[in-house]
Design a protein around this ligand. Structure first.
Ligand SMILES: Cc1cc2nc3c(=O)[nH]c(=O)nc-3n(C[C@H](O)[C@H](O)[C@H](O)COP(=O)(O)OP(=O)(O)OC[C@H]3O[C@@H](n4cnc5c(N)ncnc54)[C@H](O)[C@@H]3O)c2cc1C
Length: 396
C-alpha cells in the first residue's frame, strides 16, 4: 500500500514551496504568512493577503480543478488540496470559498449570466464571499432555517437574520440560503441567492469570540434580489449546500498545522526550563509528547482517507467526520499539553512581552475550541459516525 503522493504531485509541492520562499522576501510577508496566527489564518482579510491571493491567481493556482471551458485546468482536486496544505503550513490564506463551493456550484448549476459574471472574477481573486447558512435557531439543524425570501415582480424580497457569518465584514457577496417555500418539507423549501454585501438593508454586527475569530450577526431587512441572482433551481438549495460541503471536504481539513504545532512545541519544551532543567527532560512530559506524536500521525492517516475516498469519486462523509472530530480535538490536546508543561507563564497573553512563544499556546488554547463547532460540531460528527459507520439508530 502506497500512502505517498506521486512524482508529479511532489513536484507540484516543491513548486509551491519555491513560490512561498519568494513571497518571504515581500515587504509584507509577515502579514501574509503568519503561522502564529491562531484565528482566521485561512482568510484573505487584509490588503496584503488579498494581494497574495491575486498572485496565486496570476500563477494559475486558482481553479486548477475547474473544467477548462471555465478557465480552469481540469486537474484532479488533489492539487488544490496539496496547495492548501502548503499554504496552511505557513499560515497563508487558503484558496477560499470562491474557488471551492461558490465557483463549483455555479459551474454545475448556475445560469450563463452567473457563470459570466462570477467565474472570471473568482479566477482573478477579485471577489470575496461570505457563506450565510446558520441562523439563531438553525445551526446543527440547518434545514430549519427561517430567513424568508418572498416572490415579487422580477425577483425576491428577503427578510430575516443570519448568525456566525465569517467574512461578512470584508466580503463583497453573500451566498445566502433562504426559505422560498413555506409549506414544503423543510429540506425542500430552501434556495440559494447571491446578494451584494453592500446592499441597503444588510446590517452587519461583529461577534467577538474567545479565540479572537471575528464572526458576524447579519440582519437582512427588505432586501430585493433580482431573479437572475437565484442560484440554480428554485427550492433545490439544500442539495447545493450539501454538494458544496462535499467540495470543501477535499481542501478544508489540512493536516500540516498539526505537524507544525507538534514540532514547535517540541522545540519550545527543549528550551523551556523548570527547576534548572529543560522541561523536556521530565519523563511525564516525554511520555505525553510521544503519545501526541502518534496521534498526529493518526490524524494524518484519517485525513489521507478523506483524500483517497474523494479521489475515487466517493463522498467521504464517514471519513471526513472521523477526521474532523479527531483532528480538531487533537489541536485542543496539543494546546492543553503546552499549557500544562509551561506552567503559569504559559497563561500569559500574546500582548505580554514575557509570554512564552509569544503567547501562541494561550491563544491556541482559546482558539482551538472554535474548530470543534464551526462546519459541524463534534457531537454532529459523532452522530454521523454512529449512524453511518456503526449503523446505530439516532435514539434508543
Ligand atoms: C468559528 C466559526 C465560524 C463559523 N462560520 C460560519 C459561516 O461562515 N457561515 C455560517 O453559516 N455559519 C458559520 N458558523 C456557524 C456554525 O456552523 C454553527 O455554530 C454550528 O453548526 C453549530 O450550530 P449552533 O451554533 O446553532 O449550535 P446548535 O446547533 O444550537 O448546538 C448547540 C449544542 O447542541 C449540540 N447538538 C445540536 N444538535 C445535536 C444533535 N442532534 N445531537 C447531539 N448534539 C447536538 C451541538 O453539538 C452543540 O454542542 C461558524 C461557527 C464557528 C464557531
Amino acid at each position: 500500500m502506497d500512502f505517498d503522493f506521486d512524482a508529479d504531485q511532489l513536484e507540484f509541492v516543491a513548486e509551491v514551496r519555491a513560490f512561498l520562499d519568494e513571497v518571504r522576501q515581500w515587504p509584507d510577508a509577515a502579514d501574509i504568512m503568519c503561522p502564529e496566527r491562531e484565528s482566521d489564518s485561512i482568510l484573505a482579510d487584509t490588503p496584503a493577503r488579498k494581494a497574495f491571493n491575486k498572485e496565486l491567481a496570476k500563477r494559475g493556482y486558482l481553479g486548477m480543478s475547474w473544467p477548462q471551458e471555465y478557465g480552469g485546468q481540469g486537474r484532479p482536486g488533489i492539487y488544490e488540496y496539496l496547495l492548501n496544505e502548503e499554504l496552511s503550513r505557513v499560515g497563508a490564506p487558503l484558496i477560499g470559498k470562491g474557488v471551492g463551493c461558490v465557483g463549483q456550484t455555479i459551474i454545475r448549476h448556475g445560469s450563463d449570466k452567473l457563470k459570466q459574471e462570477f467565474l472570471p472574477k473568482i479566477l482573478r481573486a477579485e471577489v470575496e464571499f461570505a457563506l450565510g447558512y446558520s441562523e439563531p435557531h438553525a445551526g446543527s439543524d440547518l434545514a430549519a432555517l427561517k430567513l424568508r425570501a418572498e416572490r415579487e415582480a422580477g425577483g425576491w424580497r428577503i427578510n430575516g437574520q443570519k448568525m456566525f457569518t465569517t467574512s461578512a465584514h470584508f466580503a463583497d457577496w453573500y451566498w445566502l440560503a433562504a426559505r422560498t417555500d413555506f409549506d414544503a418539507p423543510k429540506h425542500k423549501g430552501i434556495s440559494v441567492f447571491l446578494v451584494p454585501m453592500d446592499q441597503p438593508g444588510i446590517t452587519i454586527h461583529p461577534i467577538e469570540t474567545m479565540g479572537e475569530h471575528v464572526t458576524n450577526q447579519v440582519f437582512i431587512d427588505d432586501v430585493f434580489v433580482e431573479d437572475a441572482y437565484l442560484v440554480g433551481e428554485l427550492n433545490r438549495g439544500w442539495t447545493y449546500i450539501c454538494e458544496a460541503l462535499d467540495y470543501e471536504r477535499f481542501t478544508f481539513y489540512t493536516f500540516s498545522p498539526l505537524e507544525e504545532k507538534l514540532f514547535a512545541l517540541r522545540d519550545l519544551l527543549r528550551t523551556a526550563q523548570r527547576d534548572g532543567a529543560p522541561v523536556i527532560a521530565e519523563p511525564h512530559v516525554r511520555r505525553r509528547l510521544a503519545k501526541l506524536t502518534a496521534e498526529v500521525e493518526m490524524s494524518k492517516m484519517l485525513q489521507r482517507r478523506v483524500i483517497y475516498a474523494s479521489s475515487q469519486g466517493r463522498v467521504p462523509s464517514i471519513e471526513a467526520a472521523m477526521c474532523k472530530l479527531y483532528s480538531t480535538s487533537l489541536h485542543q490536546r496539543l494546546a492543553d499539553f503546552a499549557l500544562d508543561s509551561l506552567g503559569t507563564e504559559g497563561l500569559l497573553h500574546k500582548d505580554d512581552a514575557e509570554a512564552p512563544a509569544a503567547g501562541k499556546w494561550e491563544w491556541s488554547y482559546r482558539a482551538t475550541a472554535l474548530d470543534t463547532i464551526g462546519a459541524g460540531t463534534s457531537e454532529i460528527q459523532k452522530n454521523i459516525i454512529a449512524r453511518r459507520a456503526l449503523e446505530l439508530p439516532l435514539t434508543y
